[in-house]
Design a protein around this ligand. Structure first.
Ligand code: TNX
Length: 539
């Protein structure tokens, strides 16, 4: 068992070993790799207690060290080919490739880009967490091994709802740490929704003064200042995680409408923040220029704060909005993003507007029949009957989104709810009886409960009906927080299933069985625990 998640592309174990101690230096031959080495040394100290010094040096022999090099033209790494899809930060998709060698002489990490060095060092961390430690010195013995690795998909993300429950900056950092630990590279921040507006927009203080007050139920509201967000962007970038900000319009916009009630125009809908967690029925009026004036200020802040190549425009569940009005809204908002030099991501419903070949559509709706038969209404038992007709009508249109996506040359991020929505209840008990109460509480009751394996044993290239493998640009999990009240709840839904998702996105199809994956997850979980994360004990 190789104690690493996701499983690397190629692992060759050999004879020999290397003992790593506080005296082992990390030698970097490239200034770009130095930042990566510092992040590694800090994380390693947290997870193992080992404190390593980072020094710069040449690529020559450094016996007894961890040598980090960037090797853009390395033939072995070049031969690995190109990961599928796009990088959210616009960097070359190949640059996460790396080779890691542990021999009797030391450790060598060669990345095709600086991020390859980081990914390789992250694998080294997991090996060290699992390696036997000398009880006196803390030194750890690594078996000789050679790893050559590259991700399957270039975009490996998590969509994180910070609206239904407001998560503070420290919690967001911890989520970034978890993503980086599992070699994921996108944090999609769902910053706006019916129950709250979470991004400060200096030109429009009402958005947060009014729109950020609430959350679901009586949970406290909150928002991130521009400085908070800049700090998170830096923190994530140091771990080669891109933050993709989402402004979710024209539906899910009740918090924005609470701040600017006049933007509702004459739509037949209810304004005001919804505290109950259901999708609001209020949508923005696209005929009002004031709508676009506010959104223009919002996007100016978004592109100022987030360097990400992509901006997520939402576009989902515009309950009650006529199709043509929704499509025209998405088209115009998307063009506003493009006018600011960025590319567009939208939920799959956004494909009903004009997105084009540079954009991505995030396909998630997997609970409607694709054969033209009617939607099973019983699965929406929990929904307010007054809303049900409108929801069923809306979801009935979802199967046609695939054709609309492909016809425009738009590629897809796949997030099918059955395999990627982490706010799904656990169907099997935890090994820890104390977690049974959590199991009953956590996850949306609207979804059928799922196993941990459901998040591992699926195939992204065929998961969306009628979507061809080559149209898949990436894989994203999602954690919606209607049922999540605090950071511990968040942990229990993220872990261990995020690890399954991460491996699905990184490792080749069929590279490992679920049983082997589960054993490896158990081997990496001590690092979660050392970092203070609880996790749902069901592997
Ligand atoms: C649907 S997924 C939504 C969210 C909810 C989620 C609950 C999507 C694009 N919209 O507003 O939180 O279901 O799983």
């Amino acid at each position: 068992m190789f104690p690493v998640v996701p499983l690397p592309l190629s692992v060759t174990e050999a004879d020999g070993s290397f003992v790593l101690s506080d005296a082992t230096p990390v030698v970097v031959t490239d200034p770009l790799a130095a930042a990566m080495a510092h992040v590694f040394a800090d994380d390693l100290a947290v997870e193992t207690g080992l404190r390593l010094d980072v020094t710069s040096g040449s690529g020559a022999v450094h016996a007894g060290a961890i040598v980090c090099e960037v090797a853009v033209d390395d033939p072995e790494l070049a031969a690995l080919g190109v990961p599928q899809g796009v990088r959210a930060d616009g960097r070359a998709a190949v640059s996460e490739s790396y080779a890691l060698a542990v021999t009797d002489d030391g450790v060598r990490v060669r990345g095709r880009g600086a991020e390859g060095v980081l990914r390789g060092l992250t694998v080294l961390r997991q090996l060290l967490v699992a390696a036997p430690a000398d009880p006196e010195t803390g030194a750890r013995t690594l078996g000789a091994v050679r790893v050559v690795d590259s991700p399957r998909y270039a975009w490996r993300g998590l969509s994180f709802d910070v609206v239904r429950t407001f998560h503070d900056v420290a919690t967001v950092r911890r989520v970034i740490d978890l993503l980086a630990m599992h070699r994921m590279n996108v944090l999609h921040l769902h910053l706006t929704d019916d129950q709250g507006w979470r991004i400060e927009v200096p030109a429009r203080p009402a958005l947060t003064e009014v729109g950020a007050r609430g959350a679901v139920g009586d949970r406290r509201g909150g928002f991130y200042t521009v400085e908070d967000l800049r700090g998170l962007v830096r923190y994530a970038a140091a771990r080669r995680v891109a933050i993709v900000p989402e402004i979710d319009v024209p539906g899910h916009s009740a918090a924005m409408l609470a701040a600017y009630p006049e933007l509702l125009g004459d739509r037949p809908a209810t304004a005001g923040e919804r505290a109950d967690g259901e999708a609001g029925q209020s949508t923005l009026d696209p005929d009002l220029e004031a709508t676009w004036a506010v959104l223009s200020d919002v996007l100016d802040t978004v592109v100022d704060v987030f360097p990400s190549r992509y901006v997520h425009i939402g576009g989902d569940e515009a309950v009650g909005m006529p199709d043509d009005v929704h499509a025209a809204f998405v088209t115009r908002f998307a063009s506003e993003v493009v006018a600011r030099g960025r590319r567009v991501v939208g939920w799959q419903e956004a494909s009903r507007g004009l997105l084009g070949p540079d954009a991505l559509a995030q396909h998630w709706i997997d609970f409607v029949p694709t054969d033209g038969t009617t939607v099973d209404r019983s699965q929406f038992d929990h929904v307010d009957p007054a809303l049900l007709d409108v929801l069923v009508e809306m979801f009935s249109k979802a199967p046609a989104d695939v054709g609309r996506t492909l016809d425009q040359g738009t590629r897809a991020i796949v997030s099918p709810t059955a395999h990627a929505y982490l706010d799904r209840q656990y169907s099997a008990p935890s090994d820890d009886p104390a977690q049974e109460a959590d199991r009953a509480r956590l996850g949306l009751p609207a979804y059928a409960p799922g196993t941990v394996e459901d998040f591992y044993s699926w195939e992204p290239s065929t998961a969306v009906h009628a979507l061809p493998a080559e149209a898949v640009a990436g894989v994203e999990a999602a954690i919606w927080c209607e049922s999540v009240t605090d950071a511990r709840d968040l942990d229990l839904l993220l872990l261990p299933r995020l690890a399954g998702l991460a491996e699905r996105a990184w490792s080749p199809a069929g590279a490992s069985s679920y049983a082997d994956h589960a054993t490896r997850v158990a081997a990496v979980a001590p690092a979660w625990e050392t970092r203070g994360h609880d996790w749902f004990r069901a592997l």
